[in-house]
Design a protein around this ligand. Structure first.
Ligand code: SF4
Length: 140
């Protein structure tokens, strides 16, 4: 495991276990959740239903095989992190995004309020846990 990957994993673990206080100057321990903690979308994601969580990345890179035209690495980032560079527009592109969601590590590629038929297909493929609840992803 490379140094940047270790740092990325540590940051992901830290964000899952601690949350910033209102002052922004200190952090408090998150109680063990009964539901998985979801992270807010990375600001680099293009607008649209599909997004990658901010700080969730383990630099897996496996999406490069499945959806190279939809996801991309952040440029000029010390810690590798992918983001949604283009939203799927066709069923074929949705299939690519769904494949990336299937192979991506730590379920960090998510979707909120996408087309009902695409949401149905995600559930049929056992990827329903990637769909946000109606109230949407975690707010900053
Ligand atoms: S799919 Fe997840 S873990 Fe893999 S590179 Fe993208 S954000 Fe990182």
């Amino acid at each position: 495991m490379g140094e940047s990957e270790m740092i990325g994993r540590f940051l992901a673990m830290f964000r899952r276990r601690f949350r910033p206080l209102a002052s922004g100057l200190a952090w408090e321990w998150r109680p063990t959740p009964t539901e998985p903690i979801r992270l807010p979308p990375h600001l680099a994601n293009v607008a649209g239903p599909f997004y990658v969580e901010d700080g969730c990345c383990l630099s897996c890179g496996v999406w490069e095989e499945e959806a190279p035209g939809l996801l991309a690495w952040l440029p000029d980032s010390d810690i590798p992190h992918c983001y949604v560079a283009r939203q799927p527009e066709t069923d074929a592109e949705f299939g690519q995004m769904m494949a990336a969601m299937r192979v991506g590590k730590v379920d960090c590629i998510r979707v909120h309020a996408c087309r009902p038929d695409w949401a149905r297909r995600l559930r049929e493929e056992g990827l329903g846990h990637h769909i946000d609840p109606a109230e949407g992803p975690v707010r900053r």
